[in-house]
Structures are given as structure tokens and as C-alpha cells.
Design a binder for this molecule. Structure first.
Ligand code: 13P
Length: 338
């Protein structure tokens, strides 16, 4: 087994998933404003340290995606954040894109930037302890979008990023996120997501990326958040599995979904159904930001000193997600253990 494949399996194997705690300072400030906590570097650290020292890190969180600020921070007792994560046998990861900007040539769409100077930044992150990375491309669905230009340029950037990351001994998470925003049907999401993912793999192969040492982080196949369409978790899971089976090469070890604006329970229930209906060899797990942190953040904001209760809430969510990653979650278990 190659070293990169080994890292990928450590991060997403054995019923574990990823905690996406890589909100940029701008995004984290919005989240903290939402719960009336001042967004200082210290407060961002306290919340994240609370999560990273929770009990569920050991059995449920195979990897944590960090933001540049956090990977360079130390805990109040002087421990480096990557060290704190590794102590739970979890792998530190890092977001390396520098954000989605207006795409010249299609000004209503976005292109993700960050390739300039990336090789040097990767070397620094490796030294700081990172063993996997993330780059997120975003696509909107409407009658005219995503355009061919956005699909081709974002796939190209993702592939160049992934090749550089592997050159530096780390596993790239490839995140092409087709956004939930809009009134489109699940079938539109299915078609656009398939096209986006297929193009990404064409470019990855062209750039000689070792697919066994990658993790795909896609959206689930859902109707738009303004759509009238009602669709069951069972149907969401069948469409999602079919889409990935048809678009992802079999060498890829696993898929870690983003939550993308689903509630914590929706994201858990849908992942559980996906695993029940998973007729592929891909591991199918979570790489959730909001769907792992929302309730914990809300509780923490009431009293930022109250670490125990916040950790209990986070542990519950992480345990539910881990059960869902094994197809063992149920509404009853969710209620009983809450
Ligand atoms: P959400 O699960 O909140 O969508 O975040 C995942 C992520 O990492 C987005 O890039």
C-alpha cells in the first residue's frame, strides 16, 4: 500500500470521518457573529481547542481540516494544535486554496485561486504537521450554469493543486461543490454534479495524480434549497450513489461528503441511507463543517468557559455521524442517546 493511500485510509476508514474546521477568518467571524461571540483570534482558538480535545476525536474523527491561522496556534497549555490532533490518532489537514473569486469570462461564477506560491506553502504546512489538504471549487446551478468555462477551469485548478500536494507527500481532498442554492430539481443536481466530477477526474488523470492517494469531497444529490420538490432520504441516497458510481474511477479509496447547508440530522440521515445503499467499493463518510459544529457552537456561545457540555454535544454529533458512516444510525438511536 502506498504511503498516500495509507494516509487516506487512516483519515476516512474504520467508521471515521473528517471534521472540517477550516473556516476562513471571514467565515468564522460570520458564524461567531451569529451567536454573539466576538471573533478574536483567542475566541476562535478556544472553540476549536474545545472540539479538538473532545473524547470523540479518538473514534470518530480521522482527520481535521484546519485554517492557516489555527495550524500555527498553540493551546493555552502550550501544545501545538497539530500535536493536539495527532494525540487522538487523528490526522491534521489544511485548507490551501485562497478562496473563490469572480471568474473572468463568466462574471456570475467563481474560480478558486491559490496556485501561485502553493509549492512553497505546502512545504511549510508539511513541516507544521499537515498530511492532507483541501481545495474547494464552487458551482451554481441555474439554466445557464455551471458554464463549460467554470467546469473546465475549476477542474484544471483542482488537478494542478492535487499534483503539487502529492509531490509534497500529502493527500489532496478534491472538493467540487455544486451548491444547494436555487430552485432546481434533484435531477438537475445529478446531471450537473456528474458533469463536474467527470471533468475533474479527466484533469486529475492528465496531471498524473495517483488516484489511490486522493479523497473526493462532493455534495450529495439534493434538490435546490428553494425547490418545491420533496424527496426522501432513500431517493437522495440512491441518486447520490448512482452518480458517484458512474463518475468516480474505482481507484479512489473514498468519498467524504460536505454537508452544504443540510441540518445536522438531515446530513446524518442521508449519509446513513447512502451507506445502506452503497453498492460500490468506495468508503462513504463525512467531512462536515456545519453539520458537526452547529449545536456545539450554539451551546458554547452561552458560556465559553463551559467546555464539558459543548464537548458532550459535539461527541454526540460525531458519534451519530460515525454510525451513519457505517449504515448503523437510526432515528431511535439519535433520540435515545441525546
Ligand atoms: P459544510 O459541511 O458546512 O458544508 O462545510 C464543509 C466544507 O468543508 C466546505 O468547504
Amino acid at each position: 500500500m502506498s504511503e498516500l493511500n495509507n494516509i487516506a485510509l487512516t483519515v476516512i476508514g474504520n467508521g471515521k470521518g473528517i471534521l472540517a474546521a477550516d473556516e476562513s477568518t471571514g467565515t468564522m467571524t460570520k458564524r461567531l457573529d451569529g451567536v454573539n461571540v466576538e471573533s478574536t483570534s483567542k475566541n476562535r482558538l478556544i472553540f476549536r481547542e474545545t472540539l479538538f480535545s473532545s473524547e470523540s476525536m479518538k473514534n470518530c474523527i480521522g482527520g481535521v481540516i484546519l485554517y492557516d491561522e489555527t495550524i500555527k496556534q498553540s493551546t493555552t497549555s502550550g501544545k501545538k494544535i497539530p500535536e493536539l490532533i495527532s494525540e487522538s490518532n487523528s490526522v491534521p489537514g489544511i485548507k490551501v486554496d485562497t478562496g473563490a473569486k469572480v471568474l473572468a469570462g463568466s462574471s456570475k461564477e467563481k474560480i478558486t485561486e491559490g496556485l501561485d506560491g502553493l509549492r512553497e506553502r505546502l512545504k511549510e504546512y508539511y513541516k507544521l504537521g499537515a498530511r492532507f489538504t483541501k481545495w474547494r471549487a464552487v458551482y451554481t446551478i441555474s439554466e445557464d450554469y455551471p458554464s463549460k468555462l467554470s467546469i473546465i477551469s475549476n477542474a484544471h485548478a483542482l488537478a494542478r493543486y492535487a499534483a503539487l500536494v502529492q509531490e509534497n507527500g500529502m493527500v489532496p481532498i478534491i472538493e467540487p461543490e455544486v451548491l444547494m442554492d436555487g430552485n432546481h430539481a434533484a435531477e438537475d443536481c445529478y446531471n450537473k454534479t456528474s458533469e463536474v466530477i467527470k471533468r475533474c477526474f479527466e484533469e486529475l488523470i492528465l496531471n498524473k495524480v495517483d488516484l489511490k492517494g486522493t479523497i473526493l469531497k462532493p455534495n450529495m444529490i439534493l434538490p435546490g434549497n428553494k425547490s418545491q420538490q420533496k424527496i426522501s432520504s432513500e431517493d437522495i441516497s440512491k441518486l447520490t450513489v448512482k452518480c458517484l458510481k458512474e463518475s468516480v474511477p474505482s481507484e479512489v479509496p473514498g468519498i467524504a461528503f460536505l454537508s452544504g447547508g443540510q441540518t445536522e440530522t438531515e446530513a446524518t440521515e442521508n449519509l446513513n441511507s447512502i451507506n445502506i445503499n452503497n453498492n460500490t467499493n468506495f468508503i462513504m463518510t463525512y467531512s462536515y463543517g456545519r453539520a458537526l459544529q452547529q449545536s456545539a457552537l450554539k451551546n458554547w456561545s452561552k458560556n465559553i468557559e463551559d467546555i464539558k457540555e459543548t464537548q458532550a454535544i459535539f461527541n454526540h454529533r460525531a458519534n451519530m455521524c460515525s454510525l451513519a458512516a457505517q449504515g448503523k444510525w437510526s432515528k431511535d438511536i439519535e433520540k435515545q442517546s441525546n
